[in-house]
Design a protein around this ligand. Structure first.
Ligand code: FES
Ligand SMILES: [Fe+2]
Length: 427
């Protein structure tokens, strides 16, 4: 007969019961990470496909800030999406003069490059308010077919976007297939899910992407740092396991490819043996999954690399930017793009990635009670904490300095005609 406890759940047999650990109640061990629910400032983030930014202003939310993006003379500009007059979004307006955007309400007109109020159409050419205020502008770059915006910490100059991008994407050309999706959930859950060591083998076992390829049951994995990245390095891979008192579990099936159980691969996750694209091989990635600030995931497969950028929108939403990059030229580009449109887009960036989106949406932590594979999560949090603390210290140099005034000299007390002394009020 099954024992049922006070909560209505079945009690585990005595031999499986373990003392309960308290677990982690909050993330205060990583104070900057804990505070970064709407993202880290001081980084570049992709907000849209470049081709989607036109002369018509568009609105985006990034890190809890409203942005207006539009193209003028071929260049993309980003301004804070709020007219200082009465708070109407500038993205609702349009262009009346070259190099500017006009608010739709009263025609306040701002220069796109500086944000300065250049004209107020409904106040005439001599408007006294012109030139006296401006809206915030943001640095913009176009890379990999995407529009990137720098979200500053304070007044610091933007960092180099090429130093933030994965180096192999800056140094090599290829063909990109990608997907941008608005998703619910904290960007940190999305990022942690991407690098999470334990989940793929179980959660994705039912995905169509893995229909003909089994997933391991469990691994022995190390996380190692290399430069600004951390890598998951697989030391041992187990394709099936017998769990004492429970039974045997594997995702191997008769219709799936038989994995080469004699080898452990750190490229792709289906075993060794496949020929590797020379650009990917030249990177010498120590592990097939790697992660860098501010939330860039890289998964290296033999013939392409998959990247995920987790873009913070606000406290409860993020933007998923998934890119599949194949480092080929000529006809190889057309072949890969056809494969992307015909299969990868739907199977990988669709259903497979949709399983991740589902988990990110329903995750509710902390509190949490972590297990051995979660070293992937804690190493990431340590990396984030360390890098961001150093970044804040570097940005502090650009913070406005408090004005230091020389101490006032105390004036000699004024003499009254009768010879008494009166205090002199400060002026
Ligand atoms: S609210 Fe923008 S011009 Fe009045
Ligand atoms: Fe996943």
């Amino acid at each position: 007969m099954t024992n049922v406890d006070a909560t209505g759940t079945s009690a585990a047999p005595r031999e499986l019961q373990r003392p309960r650990a308290a677990g982690r109640q909050d993330w205060t061990a990583w104070p900057e990470y804990n505070a970064a629910s709407s993202g880290y400032r001081g980084y570049w983030y992709p907000v849209s496909w470049s081709s989607h930014i036109t002369e018509d202003p568009k609105s985006f939310m990034l890190g809890g800030e409203k942005l207006m993006l539009m193209r003028d003379g071929g260049t993309i500009y980003a301004l804070h999406d709020r007219c200082p007059h009465r708070g109407v979004p500038l993205s609702e307006g349009d262009q009346q003069f070259p190099g500017t955007v006009s608010c739709p309400y009263h025609g306040w007109t701002f220069k796109l490059d500086t944000g300065l109020l250049a004209a107020v159409i409904t106040d005439g050419p001599d408007s006294k308010i012109c030139g006296k205020l401006s809206v915030k502008t943001y640095a913009v770059e176009e890379r990999l077919g995407l529009t990137w915006v720098y979200l500053p910490i304070g007044d610091e100059p933007p960092t180099s976007i090429d130093e933030q991008l994965p180096r192999e994407l800056v140094e090599n050309s290829g063909i990109i297939g990608g997907r941008i999706q608005p998703r619910q959930g904290d960007w940190r859950f999305a990022c942690e899910n991407g690098f999470d060591e334990g989940h793929a083998k179980y959660l994705h076992r039912t995905s169509l992407w893995r229909l003909f390829k089994p997933m391991p049951t469990w691994n022995i994995t190390r996380i190692i740092p290399e430069g600004r990245w951390i890598f998951r390095v697989q030391d041992e891979v187990y394709w099936e396991a017998t769990f004492p008192g429970v039974g045997t579990w594997t995702s191997k099936r008769w219709w799936k490819k038989t994995p080469d159980e004699s080898k452990v691969s750190n490229i792709g996750n289906t075993g060794a043996g496949t020929e590797i694209n020379p650009v990917i091989a030249a990177q010498n990635f120590p592990g097939f999954a790697s992660l860098a600030m501010p939330g860039i995931l890289r998964i290296a497969y033999p013939n392409f690399v998959h990247y995920e950028f987790y873009v913070p929108v606000d406290d409860e939403n993020h933007r998923y930017v998934g890119l599949m990059v194949n480092f080929v030229s000529g006809l190889g580009k057309a072949k890969f793009y056809a494969k992307y449109l015909g299969a990868i887009r739907w199977l990988f960036h669709g259903q497979f990635s949709g399983q991740d989106a589902w988990m990110v949406e329903v995750t509710d932590a902390p509190p949490e009670k972590l297990y051995r594979p979660d070293v992937s999560l804690t190493t990431w949090r340590n990396l984030a904490e360390e890098e961001y603390t150093a970044k804040l210290a570097a940005a502090a140099e650009f913070a406005p300095k408090p004005v230091v005034r020389a101490p006032r000299e105390r004036r000699a007390p004024a003499q009254r005609p009768n010879g008494s002394v009166a205090d002199t009020p400060d002026q």
